[in-house]
Design a protein around this ligand. Structure first.
Ligand code: GRF
Length: 191
């Protein structure tokens, strides 16, 4: 199946750019039809504009009411016939109603080996716990934070010399590969 993908971001957008590149190179058949940021100052949105993909900022600071934000978002996604939402550093928790409406159509990337280290500051917590292996996970989004069905994971070895930053870099490199792998598998497995 070839998806019409929306990528939702809040920040840097390196996963987003990597997915856009993979589409351009034909590594994945799906198309990114829009990139949405809830943060007008995200550097990712500038990168998306430079890439030439449709971009939209739906500012979650001015739209304080979660329902309003999600209604605008849904309308925008419907307009582009989106059938897969890829969260890539999207720092807002989506509400129950939105998640139900887009059931099994939202996937997220998380920089830990779930179910370990749900939530924020995963790298710091992993370093503090002196874990020997860390990694990243792509999962479906459900009503509980970082708890939906796991699609795939990648592992990195944590060295004694690693710190929060070096671990972040190592995991991010794996994230980029993993997102493309998961998208390819979804395309293949869904016809
Ligand atoms: C990644 O580490 C991702 O796992 C997490 O947020 C970060 C986003 O990085 N959810 P980028 O914006 O794709 O560079």
């Amino acid at each position: 199946m070839e998806y019409k993908i929306a990528i939702l971001i809040s920040g840097n957008g390196s996963n987003m750019l990597n997915i856009l590149d993979a589409c351009k190179k034909g590594e994945i058949k799906s198309k990114v039809v829009t990139v949405v940021s809830n943060n007008p100052d995200s550097s990712g949105i500038t990168k998306a504009k430079d890439f030439g993909v449709n971009c939209r900022v739906i500012n979650s600071d001015t739209l304080k009411n979660k329902n309003d934000f999600e209604n605008y978002l849904s309308l925008h996604l419907k307009k582009f016939n989106v059938n897969l939402i890829c969260l890539a550093g999207f720092m807002k928790i989506l509400g129950r109603k939105f998640v139900k409406k887009w059931n099994k159509k939202i996937i997220n990337i998380h920089p830990s080996l779930l179910p370990a280290f749900k939530g924020l500051n995963t790298h710091k917590r992993a370093i503090n716990m002196k874990v020997k292996y860390a990694g990243c996970t792509i999962h479906y989004v459900n009503n509980k934070l970082d708890s939906g069905e796991i699609l795939d994971q990648e592992i990195v070895k944590v060295l004694d010399t690693d710190n929060e930053n070096s671990l972040k870099k190592k995991i991010l490199m794996k994230e980029h590969k993993l997102y493309i792998k998961v998208l390819k598998n979804l395309e293949r497995n869904n016809g």
